[in-house]
Ligand binder design. Structure first.
Ligand code: CAA
Length: 387
């Protein structure tokens, strides 16, 4: 059976900070960020945006194209959840007025959560092919100021409709998985920013890649990396995906260079790390920048610190290019408001992390907004300023 991604859409935050502005203000050579990490900008949420509002934007676009008939599940993956108990998808469900007869649940394992949600969705649809599942991955990657992770921040969401008649990309059944308990990146309940051992996290990522690849190869005797026309890897920053690619090429003796990952790297350099959504921004980037992939096998690598990884395979459908709109994504990215360093730092510091009552200012131009907290509950609403 051909189960996979039938529609895909993206959303990001209201503001963008150019990396050179961060570098210059903090006394760092801008080339470290733009060349060393490969990043150009990162998205910064307005005070009335969060993972739920970005997800709502992406899912509204998605169901505008596909409707909600036979949608029986909504899986929301995030590292930057807004509540310790209630699933972010339930806020989304209310905000968008989605059908009542759905199961709504949140997935968490750092950046890997989006892939866990996708695999569960694929399995559900394989069991009940008449059903569809909405998978949405949404995150605000927010690191401590002046930490090495600060230039790798970002914000964005990707929504996918999973069905048994995928017009964008079928996902093959066999995958390679890997788990190892590593303290490379974690966020205790009393911290709004993660604790990160940056260089350990890069090593853990690369080890998890070969671990997942080995499992994939053991389950697919005779498979070669040259069976794959392109690869898309989890992208906390562009350079990390290049390092992963080099590692796989040297591990498997494949002589190909970065030309087979390049098309998948455009958006992450513009939005920054989107944790659970980062790999999926990469997939959208590949499909909007390379229209000749129908029927090819695409190797996909997902990594979540802590650490869990998966190598799996997508096969773009015959007319996938008609169902992804690169021009609209470019317009969304270009419409972000550019901010300077001091505005960005003020936004970073003002972010509320408690549940006392407050109201947010009207800033976002997105269709849904976070209005603030009342009686310890987060309040979301349609943005009346958007037609
Ligand atoms: N011009 C050009 N390049 C320069 C430069 C300059 N002036 N100065 C430095 N560079 C290069 C360095 O050589 C290096 O490149 P290579 O690795 O290819 O040698 C690159 O810029 C970065 O330099 P450093 O390693 O010195 O940077 P750092 O130690 O300050 O920070 C980091 C790097 C540890 C990744 C940090 O950004 C970080 O902690 N990020 C968050 C954690 C992360 O993203 N880890 C990735 C794996 S974990 C994961 O993927 C899960 C997730 O999403 C978080």
């Amino acid at each position: 059976m051909n189960v996979g991604i039938d529609a895909i859409s993206v959303a990001t935050a209201h503001y963008r900070l150019p990396l050179p502005a961060l570098a210059e203000a903090t006394g760092v050579d801008p080339n470290k960020y733009t060349i060393g990490l490969g990043q150009q900008h990162f998205s910064v949420p307005a005070p009335d945006e969060d993972t739920v509002t970005m997800a709502a934007d992406a899912v509204a676009q998605l169901i505008g194209r596909t409707g909600t008939d036979e949608v029986r599940s909504i899986f929301f993956a995030t590292e930057s959840s807004v509540d310790q108990s209630k699933a972010a998808g339930v806020f989304l469900h209310g905000l968008l007025g989605l059908p009542e007869h759905v199961r709504t649940v949140e997935f968490k394992e750092a950046c890997y959560g989006g892939t866990a949600a996708l695999q569960c969705a694929l399995a559900l649809v394989a069991r009940n092919p008449e059903e569809r599942v909405i998978v949405v991955a949404s995150d605000v990657a927010r690191y401590a100021i002046d930490s090495p992770g600060e230039p790798t921040q970002g914000a964005g969401a990707v929504a996918m409709m999973v069905s048994a008649s995928p017009r964008i990309m079928a996902i093959e059944q066999k995958t390679g998985v890997y788990t190892k308990d590593v303290n490379d990146f974690w966020r205790p309940n009393d911290s709004s920013t993660p604790f990160v051992l940056g260089h350990l996290s890069m090593d853990a990522y690369l080890d998890a890649f070969t671990g997942a690849w080995d499992d994939f190869a053991a389950r697919n005797p005779g498979v070669k990396s040259t069976d794959f026309a392109r690869f898309v890897h989890h992208q906390p920053f562009q350079k990390m995906a290049r390092k992963a690619h080099r590692q796989l090429m040297s591990y498997t003796g494949d002589g190909r260079g970065d030309e087979i990952i390049e098309a998948g790297l455009h958006y992450s350099a513009q939005v920054g790390n989107c944790y659970t959504a980062a790999l999926y921004w990469g997939i959208v980037s590949l499909l909007t920048h390379d229209s000749g992939l129908a029927g090819e096998r695409i190797g996909l690598f997902s990594y979540g610190s802590g650490a869990v990884s998966e190598f799996f395979v997508g096969r773009p459908a015959a007319r996938y290019a008609e169902h992804v709109d690169g021009a609209a994504i470019d317009a969304t990215l270009a419409s972000r408001e550019k901010i300077d360093f001091s505005t960005y730092r003020a936004l970073h510091e003002e972010r509320h992390v408690d549940s006392r009552d407050y109201a947010t200012p009207h800033v976002t131009g997105a269709p849904y907004r976070f209005a603030g907290v009342k009686d310890h509950a987060r309040r979301y609403e349609r943005n009346k300023r958007v037609a």
